[in-house]
Design a binder for this molecule. Structure first.
Ligand code: SF4
Length: 206
């Protein structure tokens, strides 16, 4: 398999300007929990940037997102994603899953685990609201993967206690721990989202 074939199979990677490395996304209209939360005032999915704003509205982008979604059942997906992640993470070995979209099933998460296991030179981070698909903490999770369970509501005071890594969204600038907004909306040298010693990250509400 070559890169061209891997891109055709998976729909390719994304390259968010904020992040240090490459990423991968799925359509937000396929978010299972996110679709319910989008209509809830004060939820972290209300006013979702990926669903309602920016380049994600363009037909060619939507088409690419649908291709990625449909490719999840392709038996070549793990091999193709492994090739892409390996190739595009050589210079910056930090990969983000789902800069838009979310985990679709336990089987989908297991496939992501296989890609992580096959790319141990890369640190992976996946934020998710799909707690029902997560394994028991500590079991069968690749060592190079940080799974951050995202809060459902803005300014949530109590994060889920059963999962070791969480993230929240705050309307109070003093509570925000993500430094991106103070450094040109760039991660720069910050790697909190991949760093397992950081148990909770708070982002500003956009
Ligand atoms: S906490 Fe750090 S790594 Fe995470 S998004 Fe913000 S700047 Fe980037």
């Amino acid at each position: 398999m070559n890169l061209k074939e891997a891109k055709a199979i998976t729909g390719g990677l994304s390259n968010p300007g904020k992040m240090p490395g490459f990423a991968y996304n799925l359509p937000t209209w396929a978010c299972i929990t996110g679709t319910k939360l989008r209509d809830v005032e004060g939820s972290t999915c209300s006013g979702c940037y990926a669903h309602e704003r920016g380049r994600y509205r363009f037909p060619n982008v939507k088409e690419a997102l649908n291709r990625r979604l449909n490719s999840l059942t392709d038996p070549r997906w793990i091999k193709a994603m492994t090739l892409l992640v390996s190739h595009y993470s050589v210079k910056v070995p930090f990969f983000r899953w789902h800069d838009a979209g979310d985990i679709q099933s336990v089987d989908h998460l297991k496939k992501i685990f296989e890609v992580c296991d096959a790319t141990q030179q890369v640190e992976h981070w996946i934020p998710t609201r799909e707690s029902k698909f997560l394994p028991l903490p500590g079991s069968s999770i690749p060592k190079n993967l940080k799974i951050a369970l995202s809060d459902h509501m803005n300014d949530q005071k109590t994060p889920p206690s059963w999962w070791p890594h969480t993230s929240g969204v705050s309307t109070d600038p003093d509570s925000v721990t993500c430094p991106a907004s103070t450094q040109g909306n760039q991660c720069k040298n910050c790697r909190k989202c991949w760093d397992k010693s950081v148990k909770r990250v708070i982002y500003p509400k956009h």
